[in-house]
Design a protein around this ligand. Structure first.
Ligand SMILES: C[S@@+](CC[C@H](N)C(=O)[O-])C[C@H]1O[C@@H](n2cnc3c(N)ncnc32)[C@H](O)[C@@H]1O
Length: 748
């Protein structure tokens, strides 16, 4: 049966509504079933004749409230709808028309009957229920940045009206799928069958890559059901190409930069391991219905169930197993075990998939899973609600070194409020500074959030709390830190001078510690050792536990030129400019924020501080693109017009093979702060007052690089020379403020 070809509705107008419709946020408005068309009954002057069948009122669809639509998906859908309609549209409809409020034209009983007639089929009894969710054939023409196929509806129409997101499908596929959920301008469908796949996708502006499915590559029995992975059926080079394309789209759609300002996105840096790489997984379980609180103490207690009823409730397997094992108390077995799925979300369904193994996780994690799962299933009655389990890969530390900790005078006591768990209470940790890895290296799995995890990146050993952040793919940390090192070394080659590195969002010190020794790598070591040249690192992180471990990691690796501060990155520049008195033009900044990106306050401080180079690492390429666009625009405003940051390179690194997650790496640098200051000097000689001079100060002492409206004591006079000092503003208020100040100065 095919999807009914309803005439396309004028752009922006809802297609004809039938039956039950989805609301904007994907919920369904309950309404009575649509009745069969009634025979003509003479109309009664008022009311309904008792013989007249009751007409069911169809509730008009109401968009309850505006919903926050994923802007990344919106861009992907728009691209596909525009591209698919191109042959028919001389003037493509506007975005508002294409994505205006509409509803999925669901099939009602009439459509089903008509289709049956056309196809010469008999109407089947189950067809009566079919209209609730529409099963149909779709052609996939695009791919979302989250790795799901995008089909357009109506099938083969020249004027597409609607996008259908179908997971595990690829552009070029013709698939049978069941629509399961509706959103504002698209629906979600569950794939049922791939009817045909194109040998290789035809490239189009909707999808400019050639990819081809190879099911022999699939490494997991849950692939296609589990929501965790999207790309296991694709050759690895094609996965890398997809990640590069996602980054290209992110830079184009979210940075707000002109295309000539964005350099070509580099080839994606591959992960050395593509399976068995994930060092942390967190499967979840819910309490079985029978054990949920309100069922535990029912108001009217239900009489105990019979043995047969309990077996029928899903314990049949346990019962059969007990019998098979020769255990005679079937009931005893039934009492102890429930069907508790422990795992990850199932794709297209809001339920958990029971996962016994996860091939992208490390072998140590997979080894530990069966017993941990059995433990939960056995003790499920002890839990008051569902929970998330933690499985974290950890290197084994040699026993002698561990024992030595007791007498180790330098052992650090870390007293931070870690996450209390069922098993371990909040307790200060005594960490040995004498950490030696067991040889040959051995991995175990840790599940307690408060335990210390040990990992090695190159020669550097890291310890951190199991419940805190650490990058989840150990195999790629060397390429990742090497990339960042290459970026900072670019500056080191220029000339020998003090060099500083600020690691914002530093976690337990991954970048600070792997890069600390490289700041002076091209320098005369004697000048560095004698302290003539300073090469120092400062990390800041909001999680005090991670900071405590970052300091500990500096100690165990004997790295002395780093210091870590616990606090929000937004306060970073207070420490860097006021306390440390580091100058922006000698400082490289690494930012590796959480998915939501950096906040505007932080970025404005970066603009004010003006580090000579910024390396941005991000697990969300879309917020990265937004942040980068802002930083480039703001750094080029005002007296720095055209002299602010420019992107030196942009590329992706594949931290999460087999999944859609794309990690971005971006390096951008100021077109030299030093040049800028020299220009100011020239301006000063010509007695021209550039915007940056703090003219309100009595002796015209300071030149500031951004805003006029700066208090005397908020300027850090980083350098002085015969003309005065160069200061770095501590805060840059709104641009309005800046413009007012500029206007005032021009009048003066
Ligand atoms: C993506 S992780 C990066 C950690 C570290 N760079 C690494 O690679 O291990 C982001 C880190 O930022 C921290 N964080 C979140 N919000 C913050 C804020 N406002 N200021 C400072 N750190 C923050 C989190 O605790 C987390 O450790």
């Amino acid at each position: 049966m095919s999807v009914p070809r309803s005439p396309p509705s004028p752009a922006g107008e809802p297609p004809a509504k039938k039956g039950k419709f989805a609301t904007v946020d994907g919920d369904f408005e309950e309404e009575a079933a649509v009745t069969e068309p009634t025979q003509d009954v003479p109309t009664q002057p008022r009311g309904r004749h008792p013989a007249q069948p009751k007409k069911t009122k169809i509730k008009p669809i109401r968009y309850k409230k505006p919903v926050a639509v994923d802007p990344v998906l919106k861009h992907d859908i728009l691209t596909v709808l525009r591209w698919s309609g191109l042959p028919a549209w001389t003037n493509p409809p506007s975005e508002a028309a294409l994505l205006g409020p509409r509803t999925w034209p669901k099939r009602g009983p009439d459509d089903i009957r008509r289709d049956a007639e056309i196809n010469g089929e008999e109407l089947q009894p189950e067809d009566a229920n079919r209209w609730e969710f529409t099963e149909s054939e779709f052609k996939v023409v695009g791919l979302t940045s989250h790795g799901d196929g995008i089909a357009v509806y109506p099938l083969d129409s020249e004027t597409p009206e609607w996008a259908i997101i179908i997971p595990f499908t690829l552009p070029g596929d013709r698939v049978r799928a069941r629509v399961t959920r509706h959103a504002q301008y698209h629906s979600y469908a569950e794939p049922l069958q791939i009817i045909s796949e194109s040998p290789e996708t035809a490239m189009s502006s909707a999808f400019p890559l050639q990819i081809k499915r190879d099911n022999s590559l699939i490494g997991c029995k849950y692939f296609g059901t589990c929501a965790g992975c999207q790309y296991q059926s694709l050759p690895y080079e094609q996965q890398l190409a997809l990640k590069r394309w996602v980054l290209q789209k992110a830079m184009k759609n979210f940075s707000g930069l002109e295309s000539e300002e964005i350099p070509d996105v580099k080839e994606t840096i591959p992960s050395p391991s593509q399976y068995g790489y994930r060092t942390k997984i967190t499967p979840h379980f819910d309490l079985p219905k029978q054990l949920q609180p309100k069922r535990r103490a029912p108001k009217n207690p239900v009489p105990p169930k019979s043995e047969e009823a309990m077996i029928a409730e899903g314990a049949a397997f346990s019962a059969a197993e007990a019998m098979y094992n020769g255990e005679n108390s079937i009931v005893g077995q039934v009492k102890e075990e429930f069907d508790v799925p422990i795992g990850f979300e199932e794709k297209c369904r809001s339920r958990l998939l029971d996962i016994e193994e996860c091939p992208i996780a490390t072998p140590a994690i997979n080894k530990a899973m069966p017993s941990a799962r059995a433990d939960v299933k056995k003790n499920i009655r002890d839990y008051k609600k569902g929970a998330t389990l933690l499985f974290r890969d950890c290197l084994v530390v040699e026993e002698e070194a561990k024992d030595g900790a007791m007498e180790d005078q330098a052992a650090v006591k870390i007293e931070v409020s870690l996450v209390p768990t069922r098993k371990s209470k909040k307790a200060p940790l005594q960490l040995s500074t004498n950490v030696k890895l067991k040889q040959p290296e051995e991995h175990i799995c840790v599940s307690d959030h408060n335990k210390t995890i040990t990992e090695r990146v190159g020669e550097i050993i890291f310890q951190f709390p199991a419940g805190s952040f650490f990058q989840n793919n150990a195999s790629i940390l060397r390429p990742l830190t090497d990339f960042v090192r290459e970026q900072i070394e670019l500056d080191a080659r220029e000339k020998e001078e003090d060099r500083y590195l600020v690691d914002a969002y530093c976690g337990s010190g991954l970048f600070s510690l792997t890069l600390a020794s490289h700041l002076s790598v091209h320098y005369d070591s004697e000048r560095v050792l004698s302290g003539v040249l300073n090469t120092k690192v400062c990390g800041i992180e909001i999680d005090p536990a991670s900071i405590a471990y970052a300091n500990h990691n500096a100690t165990i690796n004997s790295i002395s030129n780093v210091e870590f501060h616990s606090g929000a990155s937004e306060t970073l520049f207070d420490a860097v400019t006021k306390d440390l008195k580091w100058a922006g033009d000698k400082t490289t900044l690494i930012v590796d924020p959480p998915r939501k990106g950096c906040d505007a306050g932080f970025l404005k401080q970066v603009v004010a501080f003006l580090p000579r180079r910024v390396v941005y690492v991000s697990c969300n390429v879309h917020t990265m693109a937004e942040n980068v666009g802002d930083l480039i625009r703001w750094s080029n405003e005002g007296d720095r017009a055209g002299k602010g940051y420019k992107i030196s390179s942009v590329g992706a690194i594949d931290l999460f093979p087999q999944t859609h997650h794309t990690e971005g790496l971006l390096n951008y640098r100021i077109e030299s702060t030093i040049t800028l200051i020299r220009q100011k000097q020239r301006h000063l000689r010509n007695s021209y007052l550039p915007f940056g001079i703090a003219a309100s100060l009595e002796k015209l002492q300071f030149i500031v690089t951004a805003s006029l409206d700066i208090e005397r004591d908020s300027v850090n006079a980083a350098n002085t020379d015969e003309y005065g000092g160069y200061g770095y503003p501590m805060s840059l208020d709104s641009t309005d403020h800046l413009h007012t100040s500029i206007a005032k100065s021009e009048r003066a």
